[in-house]
Design a protein around this ligand. Structure first.
Ligand SMILES: [Mg+2]
Length: 362
């Protein structure tokens, strides 16, 4: 894999601290899977399955183009916002909503190739008011917060469930605030974490079925989801169907992007899940070779750096990270206090953590 990326033939010389063994294989797979899924799907974004068939037969190679006229291997906002979020966490040693909002604002200033309406509106509001948490709104159930949730899954690996939930909602609410989307995004974070820790398809299915049981809109056992839109319920319907209908990374990604619709984001989300499940070595070399080297390098660096600072590894390589025990320093009879891993003090726009923070308690 490393030779394919043109970075080094020696894994030790890739950027970021080494994690070792299976965890490294899965963490690199998740981040590189996100980027390859985004780059693969972007070609057929906004196309119907029939249009894809008529144009490409079956779309299975990273060739760029599409409505954004991308270079082959170029990624879109799904990967770029993930990298901005991850950069903010690594620079601060914590998830701080203000730093996240600033990172997104800096990214928007660079005139990205694509940006969602909800994201743009939230960043403009942050610039005008300093607000780092959007008010709850049904219309915010788009997939724009879920598509970039991977850094949270990596950084909170091994943290107690309430900390993972608080972190998932904190990053989401910078731009999107909807209980329905929060539940879907948190489930994707948990799926990725389960896969990173060696969970198989049966374990992942328990998580998706738990989501569908609690929020029936997320049921994915009915008819095939084609042409999924940006509504997270539709996006995850396609992702879960493709995940469980296939048994390799490549088959899953090809299946989901050929459903068309918001294909870069279905590709990105299934890419992060599939990469964690099957490992980086399961990503086709012809896809990895197409990724832009600077993007691939930062994906690898962040995958390693975020997991190295997670509670699972004791946060020992971060300057400010705390262990899960410190993070969850709960007083008797109260909910857990905010983790310094997450917010680092007052004025962050985060309310009091609560097990039902998102209105979704597994
Ligand atoms: Mg995109």
């Amino acid at each position: 894999m490393s030779a394919v990326l043109g970075l080094s033939t020696n894994l030790r010389r890739l950027p970021g601290p080494r994690l070792g063994g299976d965890l490294e294989r899965r963490a690199l797979g998740a981040y590189l899977g996100l980027a390859t899924g985004d780059a693969l799907g972007a070609t057929v974004e906004l196309m119907t399955p029939r249009e894809i068939r008529e144009t490409y037969g079956e779309h299975r190679d990273i060739i760029g183009g599409g409505w954004l006229r991308l270079r082959p291997g170029q990624v879109t906002d799904d990967t770029q916002m993930s990298l901005a979020l991850g950069r903010s966490i690594l620079e601060r040693g914590a998830l701080q909503p203000r730093a996240v909002a600033e990172a997104f604002s800096d990214w928007m200033r660079q005139k990205p190739v694509d940006i969602g309406h909800t994201v743009r509106r939230a960043i403009v509001a942050f610039r005008e008011t300093g607000s780092t948490e959007r008010p709850p709104r049904d219309g915010d159930a788009g997939n724009g917060a879920c598509m970039r949730c991977l850094p949270v899954a990596l950084f909170t690996l091994g943290a107690p469930p309430a900390v993972v939930e608080a972190a998932s909602c904190a990053q989401a609410h910078v731009t999107h605030h909807s209980p329905v989307a929060d539940a879907g995004t948190l489930t994707v974070v948990r799926i990725v974490q389960s896969a990173l820790l060696g969970g198989g398809r049966a374990e992942l299915r328990v998580l998706t079925e738990s989501l569908a049981a609690r929020e029936t809109r997320y049921r994915y056992d009915r008819r095939r989801t084609e042409n999924p839109g940006a509504y997270l319920v539709e996006t995850l319907g396609a992702v879960f169907q493709s995940l469980f209908a296939t048994n390799t990374f490549e088959a899953a990604l090809v299946d989901v992007v050929n459903r068309g619709g918001d294909a870069d984001t279905t590709g990105a989300i299934l890419g992060m899940i599939g990469g964690a499940l099957y490992g980086a070595d399961a990503i086709p070399e012809r896809w990895l070779r197409r990724l832009e080297p600077a993007v691939a390098r930062e994906c690898i660096e962040q995958a390693r750096g975020l997991v190295a600072r997670s509670p699972l590894l004791g946060g020992s390589q971060g300057d400010h990270a705390t262990s899960a025990q410190h993070a969850m320093d709960a007083a008797p009879g109260q909910g857990p206090r905010r983790s310094s891993h997450l917010a680092g003090g007052a004025g962050t726009g985060m309310g009091p953590p609560h097990p039902a923070w998102c209105g979704f308690t597994p």
